[in-house]
Write a protein that binds this ligand. Structure first.
Ligand code: ZN
Length: 255
């Protein structure tokens, strides 16, 4: 995951670095001919006020981003403002649009998802990619619920019987159960959980917190679904090649 490309706005002369949601190549390019802007009524009214400057302008925009690799079109809508920039060479002031996307169809993938990830978890994380742009707290909630789904997929139980009563285990309890399997990954999942909790209980989340969560989630998924598969494939190859369990291979070698 490249954290630096996930700033949630861009200047009109800036190259976009978000990857294509279809082929995942970093090739989305703003189709300038599709860009439409319109000022809000309040912004239009302000033109009549004394001291008005272009920097007061605010509005909404729509556009398409195109992938030059697979030709996917991505629809975007959001808001814009106008910023003043000094051009030292020309010794003059320029006005540039700053675009803040709030909606993508389809949203670019913020982390790479393993091919073997179950579809329901994939869909949950993709829903969080959409929410990253418009509502960080809801985005954090979706990330948290993808951790719940992941634990279910890993076979961590959801309920426990105590005093002859079945009760639900909360996410914290479930992560602690998973700690017996892999304490390093449990630590990462616990950290993702704290970020998810903050999404439910406060507005104190910023985009860096969400990117922390994504980075840790990506690490866990990679360990579980990619490197594990690689390790298992290597193990199977060794055993199948020798047509013996590994202890028998070691005994033969030591003779
Ligand atoms: Zn593409």
């Amino acid at each position: 995951m490249n954290r630096h490309i996930w700033q949630r706005d861009f200047l009109e002369n800036q190259t976009i670095k978000w990857p294509c949601p279809a082929c995942h190549a970093a090739k989305l390019i703003l189709e300038k001919r599709t860009l439409n802007t319109g000022e809000t009524s309040q912004s239009l009214n302000e033109h009549r006020e004394a001291g008005w400057e272009p920097g007061w302008i605010e509005g909404r925009f729509t556009c398409f981003l195109k992938c030059h690799e697979c030709l996917e079109d991505v629809a975007v809508a959001g808001r814009y403002s106008v910023e003043e920039w000094g051009n030292d060479e020309l010794r003059q002031v320029e006005h540039m649009h700053r675009f803040e996307p709030l909606f993508f169809m389809q949203a670019p993938p913020i982390i790479q998802l393993p091919k073997k990830l179950p579809l329901d978890i994939q869909k949950e994380i993709e829903a969080s990619f959409q929410l990253y742009w418009v509502d960080l707290a809801s985005c954090a909630n979706r990330i948290r619920s993808s951790v719940e789904m992941l634990l279910t997929d890993l076979g961590v139980k959801r309920t426990i019987v105590s005093n002859r009563r079945r009760r639900d285990l909360n996410l914290h309890n479930r992560i602690e159960i998973f700690r017996d399997v892999n304490s390093m990954l449990a630590d990462a999942l616990l950290a993702v959980k704290w970020i998810g909790n903050a999404g439910s209980h406060s507005n104190a989340l910023d985009e860096k917190d969400i990117l922390d969560g994504y980075e840790m989630l990506e690490y866990v998924l990679e360990e579980l679904f990619d490197q594990r598969s690689k390790r298992m494939a290597n193990l199977a190859r060794q055993i199948n090649k020798a047509k013996k369990p590994r202890s028998a291979i070691r005994i033969l070698r030591s003779r």
